[in-house]
Design a protein around this ligand. Sequence first.
Ligand code: SAM
Length: 203
Amino acid sequence: MGKLYQKIFAKYYDPFMVELELRLYKRRYSLLSPLIGNVLEVGSGTGVNFPFYNENKTKVTAIEPSLPMLEKAKLKKNYNHIKLHNIGVGYEELEALIPEKGFDVIVCTLVLCTVPNLEDALEDFKRFLAPNGKLIIMEHIHSKKKSKAMLQNVVNPIWKKIGDGCNLNRKTDEVLKQKGFKAVNSSYFYNASIDFYEGVFTL
Ligand SMILES: C[S@@+](CC[C@H](N)C(=O)[O-])C[C@H]1O[C@@H](n2cnc3c(N)ncnc32)[C@H](O)[C@@H]1O
């Protein structure tokens, strides 16, 4: 995506998401406030998750490839327990930043729809997670309803262009299973007519 587009996307992202975020707030709190240890947040965007991490119990490495999104996050508040890096999964330089088996938890919210290659990203997470580490996700997924799923397929090419690479039709729930992630707890939910999947996973 071009730099100007990224700037515009970052500028309007939070206002566009306000209504949905009011509904997701409690879910973010439940998933993130109990976390302990070294946390890797992937695609931290404008920092919507940052207020939920316990500042005494977590050390958070947040990676975000869009500089305008990252700068928005920085403008909100400076958290001592969160370090931000302008990089994304799939980037070669990430290997130098991320110690193998270095994270107790990896957090992905509304980001697995956008990473360029979901399967590769999950393979990377396997290397980054410490033994018994957890993957936390909250993601929108391809609808289980046939008609809606078809519509999502049709709309996806345009949506992907305006939504900074976001895909409406990723079967993230199924791919997680295929890649060997086991749900400790997980659930499907609907919000604003969107199908979501959230949960805690181990290997
Ligand atoms: C829809 S936003 C979600 C932001 C935040 N996680 C949230 O819950 O609000 C998706 C984010 O994923 C980021 N992203 C795109 N490609 C990525 C990659 N390869 N690695 C990490 N993040 C990526 C985008 O820049 C964007 O900030």
